[in-house]
Design a protein around this ligand. Structure first.
Ligand SMILES: [Zn+2]
Length: 237
């Protein structure tokens, strides 16, 4: 019996796992249509919703390759919560142990870091067009040879992070704070130039540090003629 069950689990598709768990938890309820999809969330969360006979399950894509017993545990967790029942301990522990594995923790850390910063708007802001600024600087300092990455304004008006180069998405994200009349163009150009240098001088990422300024980076940064003025302007924003 247990051998049969184990091999059955291995061949079940995610929606079949949810169907089986649903039947186990709600034997007398009509089985809804079950849709399971994996989504690029910025964390390990998963969601379930029951609406007009359709049970929609959205699971973090980090679990897309998780073994079936882990998805089974997740199905028990989500469906128990949906019906406000206590989650059987065997499943909550199985799931928690899996997420706590070292590779899993590392994977989630990377996902949070890279996806936590989505930019809503494209390069055209209210005040400045990042593509135009990029191409101007590309022409002036890089012989027009730098391939343009994705460019966007940050979701939040961040003062702490004015610019950021995200190598995993090949994207330069500039703080929405700078898309304003109060921000002089020189300041925006300087932040963009700085991020372009991160593209120009890639680094081996050690640990969580995002912004690494090597001596050659600092040397190159001084090409920007109004370097000091720009830094002063940024301080006053
Ligand atoms: Zn930097």
């Amino acid at each position: 019996m247990s051998m049969w069950l184990e091999s059955a689990i291995l061949f079940e598709k995610p929606h079949e796992i949810f169907e089986r768990v649903f039947r186990d938890l709600r034997p007398r309820t009509k089985l809804p249509e079950i849709r399971v999809e994996f989504r690029r969330f910025a964390n390990a969360n998963s969601f379930v919703r029951l609406e007009e006979d359709v049970l929609s399950v959205r699971i973090t894509d980090v679990l897309e390759r998780a073994p079936a017993p882990i998805l089974e545990a997740l199905a028990y967790i989500l469906l128990s919560k949906l019906y406000r029942r206590p989650v059987p301990r065997v499943y909550s522990e199985r799931y928690r142990r899996y997420l706590n594995r070292k590779e899993m923790r590392r994977c989630l850390h990377i996902v949070r870091q890279t996806r936590g910063r989505k930019f809503v708007s494209g390069p055209k802001g209210e005040q400045y067009d990042l593509e135009e600024i990029f191409e101007q600087l590309n022409h002036e300092y890089f012989f027009g040879l730098m391939a343009r990455p994705a460019l966007g304004w940050s979701l939040r008006v961040s003062r702490a992070t004015l610019g950021h180069y995200d190598p995993s998405h090949n994207a330069i994200i500039i703080s929405k704070l700078l898309d304003s009349e109060k921000a002089p163009r020189l300041a925006v150009e300087y932040v963009m130039f700085h991020e372009m240098l991160h593209l120009r001088f890639p680094v081996d990422h050690k640990g969580a540090r995002r912004c690494v300024h090597t001596p050659e980076f600092k040397q190159a940064e001084k090409q920007f003629p109004l370097f000091k003025e720009a830094k002063e302007l940024l301080k006053r924003l």
